[in-house]
Design a protein around this ligand. Sequence first.
Ligand SMILES: [Fe+2]
Length: 297
Amino acid sequence: MIIERQEDVTAAALAVMQCTTDPRLREIMVSLVRHLHGFVREVRLTEDEFRDAAAILNELGKLTTDTHNEIVLMAGSLGVSSLVCLLNNGDHGNTETSQSLLGPFWRLNSPRVRNGGSIILSETPGEALFVNARVEDRQGRAISGAEVDIWHASPVGLYENQDPEQADMNLRGKFTTGEDGRFWFRSVRMVGYPLPTDGVVGRLLRAQNRHPYRPAHLHALIFKEGFKTLISQVYDPHDPHIDTDVQFGVTRALIGDFIRHDEPHPTEPTVRPPWYSLDYIYVMEPGVARLPRPPIK
Ligand SMILES: [Fe+2]
């Protein structure tokens, strides 16, 4: 097709996309071209801006390594990750869901911990946190034998892989739910943390006068045959950034029952008040049990 007017480019590109053999890839590519061309027209993208955009995409890729995923950070900072999650869970976005973002820090092979154990592997100063969770199906029936990966940031806001002060796999653990669907463990109270701001995402946030913080949260990945793998984050409602999460991840269903206790702990005499408890029920939906690709090693 010889292009006569600017409108012809869109028609020509759409016609080519229509030739895609795979129907799902065809649907995605036709829509992508329609929206991309519409976007370019709407903002009247200049040539300089187009070259900048190509350089930015290039930089996002170059900044992504085995231990850092700038693309995941950018997708979250644009709200895309959260939208994809909500559209694909909770009856396609119609009901509440325990699903949330995977984030960039899940690792395979967390150390196995018995229920009631601790996930603190190296000295980690902070207030004690006792997590008591239950895994249920949508009818409220306990799911036993589910494999639960837990990970969270330290009281200074760093994951162990970001922090030479912490032992490998500190504040990470793998549990199995009991007959009653429960798993429980001891850790330290995490705090919110800023995204790394020395890359493309940081420049965007500064340009928009946005803070880079995620509110304090507990990550979980729960695996059980017959259920869609549950990737969750439970948030602390007392965090100052609870309603301005830079990654748009906080939903009502993910706000946890974090409670401060000033009395002595009933069974752990060495715990000094204040200590914290978190009770939470994870709800799994029927589906295919599949592990995601770990964003880092
Ligand atoms: Fe996180």
